[in-house]
Design a protein around this ligand. Structure first.
Ligand SMILES: Nc1ncnc2c1ncn2[C@@H]1O[C@H](COP(=O)(O)OP(=O)(O)OP(=O)(O)O)[C@@H](O)[C@H]1O
Length: 261
């Protein structure tokens, strides 16, 4: 049975998508069967893997979740795209925006994505859910469907306030809807090693959250190489295997594999 990890932070541009893609492909390179699920109406995960016009893809997560809502039968292979780096993708696009509104008005509205994800678990070792930058119904659905949450945090400012809100939401979901949910850890991203920010922020995070929340050993360095990958439609391992960012995502992959043990 696959393990489901939500990559979440309501703050935009903190490298959720970049992390979902490179952790997902990192796990696939270790022989794991991986599904990436794009729950963001911007479709940036979908686009960054080479499907540059997500809005033109005929079957996406929005169609699948609509079928779930309407209690129609869902074909587990339906809409799945296969990327050359050996991962599967359930694409997302702008239709998820309207769907999120519909979701808010149906029975068991928090469990819609979970229905689909649970059906997919037996086919994969890891399912990574790329969340949208909000704490709305779609993100709640992702947290309900997941076993754990990975929280990318951009190491450019002291991000404590937004994090508190996210953690509160996660704990609320854990209490009411998904008792097994774990916070897998905070991942520092876009770390600029020319400054001392990373050290300061790590220290601040440890001081604030102490032993309650793990912080990954690995931090992801700031690098234009990471930003270039999405235009190429491939992972950092294909685009620039010797870069520091590639090394960091390889290390993160190992940490995630270790976590399960
Ligand atoms: N390590 C990095 N160094 C420099 N730029 C990066 C790095 N990681 C990601 N980026 C770039 O930062 C931008 C935001 O990254 P990304 O799209 O992964 O964040 P996100 O949290 O998923 O955003 P959104 O909230 O909009 O979904 C992108 O342009 C991406 O290419």
């Amino acid at each position: 049975m696959g393990r489901v990890i939500a990559v979440a932070n309501q703050k935009g541009g903190v490298a959720k998508t970049t992390t979902a893609v490179n952790l997902g492909i990192g796990l696939a390179r270790e022989g794991k069967r991986v599904l990436l699920v794009d729950t963001d109406p911007q479709g940036s995960l979908t686009a960054s893997l080479g499907y540059v016009e997500p809005d033109e893809i005929p079957i996406t997560l929005a169609n699948i979740l609509t079928a779930v809502i309407n209690e129609e039968e869902v074909n587990p292979s339906g809409g799945i795209l296969h990327h050359e780096e050996d991962i599967d993708i359930m694409p997302g696009n702008i239709e998820l925006s309207a769907l999120e509104v519909v979701m808010g008005n149906v029975m068991s509205r928090e469990l819609i994505l979970k229905d689909y994800i649970d059906m997919m678990r037996e086919r994969y070792d890891y399912i990574l859910i790329d969340c949208m930058p909000s704490l709305g119904m779609m993100t709640i659905n992702a947290l309900v469907a997941a076993d754990s949450v990975l929280i990318p945090v951009q190491a450019a400012y002291l991000p404590v306030k937004g994090l508190q809100q996210l953690i509160k939401t996660i704990l609320m979901v854990k209490k009411r809807l998904n008792r097994g949910l774990e916070i897998q850890g905070i991942l520092l991203t876009m770390v600029d090693y020319r400054t001392n920010y990373a050290k300061d922020i790590t220290a601040k995070l440890r001081e604030t959250y102490g032993s309650r929340i793990a912080i990954f050993e690995t931090a992801i360095p700031m690098s234009v190489k990471a930003a270039e990958t999405s235009a190429e439609g491939v992972s950092i391992y294909s685009h620039c295997p010797k870069s520091k960012v590639a090394e960091a995502y390889r290390n993160l992959t190992q940490e995630v594999l270790e976590y399960e043990k």
